[in-house]
Design a protein around this ligand. Structure first.
Ligand code: FMN
Length: 338
């Protein structure tokens, strides 16, 4: 059982014989707007922020950019903040700041493969820096918030996990989330589910209180449940890109209409406008990349997607939705007339 109340609640507050489910942290995706859209579709047990640089949280000149990533709406469940960086002292100070701001848990990014992040000694670069990874975990813990780690199996080879995972487990963390690939593999090969049992065995031997969450290529709640049934020692399932194929990915019931899909789309447009009006800037391109989610099941998906990708305002996107709704109504009338 985990030590903190936060993780005890997560572990206990879902159905028996099921893992908890989370939406993976995703840069420029899991901001306040999209988290609320997924929450409306079907909430997972947990949300994470996009990763936030531990230095910018406490740096006078960079605080502004961090504040956007840390923005949480009053109507949202508080997400876990994911931080990245390389300096333990910055993590210590940032963790104190996050606690002051009311956050309840912190996740440490030790898996990001981005060359700039790695070059700066952060993300998956820490897989080669055992001592610094341990120092970062201990420094972050000083604020008193529960600390978890998200990582990959290894840097150059998946076999790195044989030393890396025990090293992390010895740091007494609340949760270890593993994206089941090496850094080198990026997302180009299938996730290595074959090592799950070995990882669970390591956890049982070294740190029985640490929860294990697995991640990589899980595209539906059912697939997550199947993985759990095959490896019952898993505590949590994290889903990332699956949400682009299906915003209702966390739902047991998969019977959702196009109307529901468009309701989510309209909600996202409204929340985006609201954010721009009341909180700050966001580039429209970052919104546009979501549009394909909402038309992918339609007969003329490619055509609608292309039209949506050429929009520059939320109003233009709304006009296209209206057009699609008219097209669908016409098609239905024609079918009924036959
Ligand atoms: C657009 C995008 C942004 C991502 N940003 C982050 C991030 O900020 N922090 C992180 O730990 N992982 C990040 N990831 C990795 C995901 O959290 C996840 O580990 C990965 O996509 C594999 O899971 P999946 O197959 O379910 O998508 C990102 C992935 C994508 C596709």
């Amino acid at each position: 059982m985990p030590k903190s109340e936060f993780w005890k609640n997560i572990k206990n507050n879902h159905k028996e014989n099921e893992p908890f489910f989370s939406l993976a942290p995703m840069e420029a995706v899991t901001d306040t707007v999209f988290r609320r859209v997924v929450d409306k579709a079907t909430a997972p047990d947990l949300f994470y922020t996009e990763f936030v640089n531990s230095t910018s949280i406490i740096h006078e000149k960079a605080k502004f950019s961090a504040a956007h990533r840390l923005y949480v709406d009053k109507d949202e469940k508080t997400p876990i903040v994911q931080m990245w960086g390389k300096d333990p002292e910055h993590f210590r100070k940032s963790a104190l700041e996050l606690k002051k701001q009311g956050f309840q848990a912190i996740d440490l990014n030790m898996g990001c493969p981005d060359p700039t992040v790695v070059k700066n000694g952060g993300g998956s670069g820490l897989i080669k820096e055992f001592d610094n990874a341990a120092a970062i975990i201990q420094a972050t813990k000083e604020a008193g918030l529960p600390v978890s780690v998200k990582t990959r199996l290894g840097f150059n080879t998946i076999d790195d996990y044989k030393e890396w995972v025990p090293h992390l487990l010895k740091q007494d963390i609340e949760v270890l989330t593993i994206h089941l690939r090496s850094r080198k593999e990026m997302s180009k090969v299938d996730a290595h589910y074959e090592v799950i049992d070995e990882i669970i065995k390591m956890r049982d031997e070294i740190a029985p209180n640490t929860l294990i969450q697995v991640n990589g290529d899980i595209k539906s709640r059912e697939q997550g449940m199947e993985l759990y049934r095959q490896h019952p020692g898993i505590d949590g399932i994290m889903i990332g890109r699956g949400v682009f194929e299906n915003p209702f990915v966390f739902d047991e019931n998969q019977d959702h209409s196009q109307e529901e899909m468009f309701d989510l789309f309209k909600m996202q447009l409204d929340l985006y406008d609201d954010y721009i009006e009341n909180i700050g800037k966001k580039r429209f391109e970052t919104l546009r990349r979501f549009f394909k989610i909402y038309v992918r099941n339609l007969p003329n998906a490619a055509q609608y997607r292309d039209q949506l990708m050429q929009t520059h305002t939320t109003q233009e996107a709304r006009d296209i939705i209206k057009q699609v709704e008219r097209d669908m109504a016409e098609m239905k009338d024609q079918e009924e007339a036959v």
